[in-house]
Design a binder for this molecule. Sequence first.
Ligand SMILES: NC(=O)c1ccc[n+]([C@@H]2O[C@H](COP(=O)([O-])OP(=O)(O)OC[C@H]3O[C@@H](n4cnc5c(N)ncnc54)[C@H](OP(=O)(O)O)[C@@H]3O)[C@@H](O)[C@H]2O)c1
Length: 264
Amino acid sequence: MGTGLAGQVVIVTGASSGIGRETALHFARERARLVLAARRQQRLQGLEHEIEALGTEVLSLPTDVAQQDQVEAMVERALERFGRVDILVNNAGVGLVALVEETSPEDMEMILRVNFLGAFYGIRAALPIMRRQGSGHIINVSSIVGKRGIPLSGAYCASKFALIGLSESLRLELKGSGIRVSVICPVGTATEFFDAAKDPRGRKPGPKPPVQTPSHVARAIIRCARSPRPEVIVYPPARLLVVLNALSPTLADWVIGIVTSRKA
Ligand SMILES: NC(=O)c1ccc[n+]([C@@H]2O[C@H](COP(=O)([O-])OP(=O)(O)OC[C@H]3O[C@@H](n4cnc5c(N)ncnc54)[C@H](OP(=O)(O)O)[C@@H]3O)[C@@H](O)[C@H]2O)c1
């Protein structure tokens, strides 16, 4: 336990529930020092107490990642408190259940602002610090639907594809800098995500099998923090879908049609 991560300063956005909360707890068990960011202050404070009980330092900072000034202030306060930023986990995210033709420009902007620009703001704020340190690790939580689109999720898929594109460019730009960039692509995960998703028509789709636990995803993030990898497909067989899509989008459409028509 603790190898390599003890003492590291880790920012986790979207730490108030699901994957972010579990990830923060897993880092805390490794004796990393935590900065918790999300909007719901009470939830963050509850987690702060749990992490303190594990004997490591923690700072919770209510933050709306859609607001650049709030993200910058959060990273600044993390630096003031701990003097460095080793790992930034851009995990905050929200869903939208809607056909593309039903998606309003406002909803599209909201999804891109939280899921994509929120991560971009974090990267912009943390990079100069990591550059000065000559080390750091940016871990962006995308999704398997950031590799291949599915119906009723056009805005969400677009935001997750955008995050992967940004991460790939950044990884190459930072080659040799000591700063690593990783993308995490979970499949369906049993969290509050599906309840929190904006769902104007009340379709309530829920995750499609296979469904993972947030702890499973958190463990994959911890392994990636210890041994940085460009991309982690948390449920490895899902890579077959990515390969199939590269070879034949028509066949991938057919497979996705079957999977998405299954009951949750
Ligand atoms: N669950 C899945 O099936 C699944 C699959 C693949 C990828 N993912 C991705 O995994 C990440 C975590 O999702 P989850 O499943 O753990 O869902 P979740 O339980 O709903 O957690 C989402 C987190 O994001 C935070 N958040 C949402 N909007 C925010 C904003 N504007 N500013 C700051 N924080 C914000 C929420 O906190 P507040 O509401 O307190 O702000 C919450 O802590 C997301 O990026 C999601 O897209 C999820």
